[in-house]
Design a protein around this ligand. Structure first.
Ligand code: ASP
Length: 427
């Protein structure tokens, strides 16, 4: 089946899921809707999600190894790594600034101080007290984070799904294969063949399950969505969405055009299948196999897609950073706190770090928000206020997160193409 047909089917499934889920949401108390949601929407959605997650660890590992080997020279790899990280950090900082600026202009939290007295705050406080592990991810110190980049046990890292450790291990294996050279040819071939098999499985899962799975995931999310809370928190919801749209279209659109000399329209269209998966699964990791497929089809060099996108799905979260920026200002406004310029700068820096530390799975961005709030002396329990509407925002911000990774891969790949072309011209 043609990719275009599949994309259309997935988009139809998405729209149908939103429509059916929203109707079910009206009758969410009824036993019938409860059964349909639990045994139909949720089951098909979760099966699809598990099928994709089944591939994430092997895909990340094999891709990064092949990406490193494909670049071929550890020095060149260092250069690409540096460009990738510079792009990630710059766009993330821009994302937070857009979020903060819009929140300061529109003031979504003004006159809403009574929200602080709501039950949501006290119950989130209890969660924070009871389950310190929730906060511990957000409280990890810089030295621990650095130490934890290096796995003591790579198999453990894989069973835990610890992406950063898997990436580190894969980089070492890739460098090892380059250095050992012809003696490691069979291992290199094995990785290539495993990659072929994984890509085949992804394509098959997408063809067979993506439309129905997307429908299930989205219908389930909308059936349980707190639309009542959206009404109350409408301004916050709207500003996060607005900032996400601006970042998506303006920042990525112009980056792709100006830095990559590539048509933004073609880019967004080509990346649509991945965007729909990111949206329905709320997970950068889950969308990763499809994201890499999409960029490779746009002509991104496989070794660059394989290196940049898994790294991005793990550390580059512009959409999450936007939510964290808007949420911090929103919570400051309802708490009656005036943030100084210095504190706003702190929010930018800490939100960059928090988004780097956010895993590409549903909802973690909100947990990491505690780190930003702590840094400017705001009460992390206030996260309880926005918890109820976060799922829909999580879906949207995940699509933005993965689009940033793809834009970076495309730009770097096209710059490398240009460099190689000018080198071969001068020979
Ligand atoms: N769900 C987001 C992602 O996977 C992370 C978050 O913001 O919670 O990219």
């Amino acid at each position: 089946m043609k990719t275009k047909n599949l994309s259309i089917k997935i988009v139809i499934a998405l729209v149908l899921g939103i429509a059916v889920g929203s109707v079910c949401n009206l009758f969410v108390q009824s036993a019938f809707v409860d059964i349909i949601d639990k045994y139909l929407f949720n089951v098909i959605g979760q099966i699809f999600l598990n099928l994709i997650f089944m591939l994430v660890v092997p895909v990340v590992f094999v891709s990064i190894v092949l990406g490193v080997v494909g670049v071929g020279d550890p020095k060149l790899l260092g250069g690409i790594g540096l460009k990738t990280i510079s792009f990630f950090l710059t766009t993330t900082a821009l994302a937070i600034i857009i979020g903060i600026a819009l929140a300061l202009i529109f003031k979504p939290g003004e006159g809403k101080s009574d929200l602080l007295k709501s039950e949501d705050v006290s119950s989130y406080q209890q969660t924070l007290n009871k389950d310190n592990s929730q906060g511990s991810a957000a409280k990890q110190t810089f030295d621990q984070t650095l130490i934890n980049l290096f796995p003591k046990n790579p198999i453990q890292a894989m069973t835990d799904g610890n992406m950063l450790q898997i990436i580190t291990f894969a980089i070492f294996i890739g460098i090892g294969i380059i250095m050992v050279g012809s003696k490691a040819q069979i291992v290199h071939r094995l990785f290539e063949q495993t990659n072929e098999i994984l890509m085949y499985i992804i394509t098959m899962i997408m063809r067979v399950f993506a439309p129905i799975g997307t429908f299930g995931l989205v219908a389930h999310a909308f059936t349980g969505a707190g639309f009542g809370a959206i009404q109350q928190l409408g301004m916050y919801f709207f500003i996060v969405l607005l900032a996400l749209f601006i970042h998506f279209f303006v920042v990525y659109g112009s980056a792709v055009k100006l830095l990559g000399n590539y048509s933004p329209l073609k880019f967004f269209k080509g990346f649509l299948p991945a965007i729909t998966i990111g949206f329905s699964a709320s997970s950068s990791n889950a969308a990763l196999p499809v994201s890499m497929n999409c960029t490779k089809k746009m002509g991104v060099r496989p070794e660059i897609a394989s290196f940049v996108q898994p790294l991005g799905a793990t550390i580059n979260m512009d959409g999450t950073a936007i939510m964290q920026g808007v949420a911090t200002i929103f919570i400051a406004q309802i708490s009656g706190a005036q943030l100084s310029i210095g504190q706003l700068a702190t929010v930018v820096i800490i939100a960059v770090v928090a988004s780097v530390g956010t895993a590409g799975v549903p909802g973690v961005g909100l947990i990491m928000l505690a780190m930003v709030l702590n840094a400017v002396d705001l009460n992390p329990a206030a996260i309880g206020i926005i918890l109820g509407i976060d799922r829909l925002l999580d879906m949207t911000r995940t699509s933005v997160n993965i689009t940033g990774d793809a834009a970076c891969a495309l730009i770097i790949s096209r710059k490398e193409d240009k460099k190689l072309a000018s080198q071969s011209e001068s020979i």
